[in-house]
Design a protein. Structure first.
Length: 218
């Protein structure tokens, strides 16, 4: 297997987290042809997005599909529970992040420069993000310590990189605690920062993100 993309992408990070948990050596590498918009890469993945996973000459796209492929092909240390309802629940949390939480970063990305910030758009963005996070919180397990209950799962793998990048972006807009009033998310976030399974990854991911942002600033 070869994983194309860079760790700073929360979607690539999901594949890395899954592989690492299962003890598989899978490090992201630059997309063929020099980037995700190169003709060579677009021939493999015309969506031009990272991650892509190469397996025996075939290519997969979409992070959660890749996570589930790694799960199915390497069943040791599962990231999906056995129970069908619990499995659906883990997938639900991941789906809420992708469909409702992650898109709310758009208004913040578009207004990073305080000099020409659209405050109306930012305020609407804060409300929409708060609503999406409350919806996510609603479906999280009440006991924890992981998002879907006692076991680390695909839900944590989907949530953690996406919420790390969201948290980093909104910190530029005066939001110091993304999870105020959201006790399940707050406890989960704290747990992720202290559990050896995720704490090391968080430091590594944030370093990759800072390096990426610095490279964009030039
Ligand atoms: N739904 C996709 C999203 C992947 C995605 O948007 N990746 C970003 C990097 S974080 C990307 O490649 N963006 C380039 C583009 O959209 O042109 C997934 O889960 O893999």
């Amino acid at each position: 297997m070869k994983l194309y993309g860079s760790l700073a992408s929360p979607y690539v990070a999901r594949a890395v987290l899954t592989a690492r948990y299962k003890g598989i050596d899978l490090k992201p590498e630059p997309a063929p042809g020099g980037g995700i918009k190169s003709a060579e890469f677009l021939a493999l993945n015309p969506m031009g997005k990272m991650p892509a996973l190469e397996v025996d000459g075939k290519y997969l796209a979409e992070s959660m599909v890749i996570v589930e492929y790694i799960e199915d092909s390497h069943p040791q240390k599962p990231v999906l529970p056995q129970d069908p309802l619990q499995r659906a629940h883990a997938r639900l949390l991941a789906r809420i992040v992708d469909l409702y939480v992650a898109p709310q970063s758009g208004p913040f990305f578009r207004n990073m420069n305080p000099a020409n910030r659209n405050e109306t758009e930012v305020e609407a963005g804060k409300k929409a993000l708060g609503k999406a996070l409350a919806d996510l919180e609603h479906f999280m397990d009440a006991q924890g310590p992981w998002a879907n209950g006692a076991a680390y799962s695909l839900a944590d793998i989907a949530m953690l990189p996406s919420l790390l990048i969201t948290n980093s972006i909104v910190s530029h807009f005066g939001i110091t605690d993304l999870f105020t009033g959201l006790p399940k998310l707050g406890a989960w976030w704290k747990h992720c920062h202290s559990d050896p399974l995720t704490a090391g990854f968080i430091a590594e991911y944030l370093a990759a993100l800072q390096a990426f942002l610095a490279s964009r600033r030039g």
